[in-house]
Write a protein that binds this ligand. Structure first.
Ligand code: DX5
Ligand code: ZN
Length: 219
């Protein structure tokens, strides 16, 4: 099995030095950049919007993995696509028509992801798998970095791995929240192929060592 992909979450970066942080994380071996978009409404925190995504896009070649925690999401999909997102993920609870939202993301030429909150069942994504390039399992309640991993999500990851394998399609299975070198092995064992990590990367002094520790944790 290929190495797990590591997507550091910019939320834990030094916001006074965002450009340098993105350069540093790419040099440290990150595979994707995870960008958490929060509106203070869907989640109890506000982060940043398409202006920042666009500014960072100009200096980075890394795939931009945009995690929308906003409602409604539909009116902003085009803005994030134009800002330079490669993949746009959204929560089924963020709008009335998940199928239509995924169609919109695809029609904008971007990859589409579905994010499952800790209490959201796997069947929320079961009937849109043909429009889905990534399923993200939240292993914390979204809104903040630095929270503790919720162990009950491991069985959900395993169930989704079986569901994805049955499709025969290359759908990524990503985990986000409380991922560290300690919690990563269980995620990888359950079938995750992409791990988001904020504090466990940007909170460390040596980014390359931090990424290596998370990636290698399952080996
Ligand atoms: C939480 C965000 C995460 C967050 C992860 O709402 O979706 O991406 O930044 O942070 P850590 O890795 O610190 O739990
Ligand atoms: Zn996220």
């Amino acid at each position: 099995m290929a190495d797990v992909l590591i997507a550091p979450s910019l939320l834990a970066a030094d916001f006074a030095r965002l450009g340098e942080e993105v350069d540093a994380i790419a040099a440290a071996g990150a595979d994707w950049l995870h960008l958490d978009i929060m509106d203070g409404h869907f989640v109890p925190n506000i982060s940043f919007g398409p202006v920042i995504v666009k500014a960072l896009r100009k200096r980075s070649q890394m795939p931009f993995d945009v995690h929308l925690m906003i409602t409604p999401a539909d009116p902003y999909l085009a803005a994030f696509a134009e800002a330079g997102a490669d993949l746009i993920s959204l929560h089924p609870e963020a709008g009335p028509h998940l199928h239509r939202s995924l169609q919109t993301i695809r029609s904008l030429g971007k990859k589409a992801g579905v994010v499952l909150n800790p209490a959201t069942p796997v069947n929320a994504v079961a009937h849109v798998l043909d429009l889905t390039d990534l399923i993200l399992v939240m292993s914390v309640n979204p809104g903040f970095g630095g929270q503790s991993f919720i162990d009950s999500q491991l069985s959900k990851i395993a169930e989704l791995r079986r569901m994805i394998d049955a499709t025969g399609r290359p759908i990524h299975l990503q985990v986000d929240g409380g991922v560290t070198a300690r919690t990563a092995p269980a995620c990888i064992a359950a079938g995750a192929d992409c791990l988001v990590a904020g504090t466990a990367v940007f909170g460390q002094s040596d980014y390359a060592a931090a990424i290596k520790a998370i990636r290698g944790a399952g080996a």
